[in-house]
Ligand binder design. Structure first.
Ligand SMILES: [Zn+2]
Length: 158
């Protein structure tokens, strides 16, 4: 059937056999790229700053959520953060049991709105809200400009 043929049987409209390509490429955006380049090249995290509101955002973004100003300024995220929430995963994304449970945390930083969800590099028994942590980065030559350049967050002083 082509688009030019008239359909007289509505049941034919409900079924179409074939394959549909569904490949997607997601970009990190302008602010995200800046964040990942700084992470890769300088080993630091950036937040975007709204000078009008005095707010710093992580993840970095292009517009202020409060005043909608375009954000062009970036500031360093403090080296030390705190665990604001956590969960312990016993299954992987496919539902297969992990050999060891993994701890995932939402880490926030003083003076920054938002935070990052990432692996917490402690055994489940040591994981707790309020734990002071810092990012553990891969070696410079192994960093590719992705969130996995951060291996996880480890307790400060470890
Ligand atoms: Zn603002």
């Amino acid at each position: 059937m082509t688009f030019l043929e008239r359909t007289t049987d509505a049941r034919k409209l409900r079924h179409w056999e074939g394959n549909m390509e569904a490949d997607y490429i997601y970009t990190s955006g302008v602010a995200g790229e800046r964040f990942f380049v700084a992470l890769r090249d300088q080993g630091k995290m950036l937040a975007s700053r709204c000078a009008a509101c005095g707010l710093d955002y992580l993840p970095a973004r292009l517009f202020c959520e409060d005043c909608f100003a375009e954000l062009t300024e970036f500031v360093d995220v403090p080296q030390e953060g705190r665990v604001a929430g956590l969960t312990v995963a016993h299954l992987d994304r496919e539902g297969v049991r992990l050999s060891r449970p993994q701890v995932w945390a939402f880490v926030t930083f003083q003076g920054i709105r938002g935070g990052l969800v990432h692996r917490l590099l402690v055994p489940p028994g040591r994981a707790r809200v309020g734990l002071a942590v810092r990012p553990k980065l891969k070696a410079r030559e192994d960093r590719v400009g992705a969130i996995t350049d951060i291996e996880g967050f480890e307790p400060v002083g470890s």
